[in-house]
Write a protein of this length. Structure first.
Length: 76
């Protein structure tokens, strides 16, 4: 099964992730981009779209990397 690099993650990084990690990145990033309110404190300043996109990207990347690290530990 091939997972499209929908959000243009660098090819170098995309190759490091397996199918599940790629799916996780795509789905978490797309979900996070449109659900800002779930991740923010009600009294916090609202981030602009560009800033929120960066936060969403970063936590999707971190989640995929964490799953990758767990996979590597399990395989070791």
């Amino acid at each position: 099964m091939k997972i499209c690099n929908t959000y243009k993650v660098s090819k170098r990084q995309w190759k490091k992730w397996n199918i599940q990690e790629r799916e996780l990145f795509n789905s978490l990033y797309s979900f996070s981009k449109i659900n800002y309110w779930i991740f923010s404190h009600p009294k916090a300043k609202v981030l602009g779209k560009e800033h929120w996109d960066t936060v969403a990207w970063n936590h999707a990347w971190m989640a995929s990397d964490l799953v990758r690290e767990q996979r590597k530990l399990k395989d070791a």
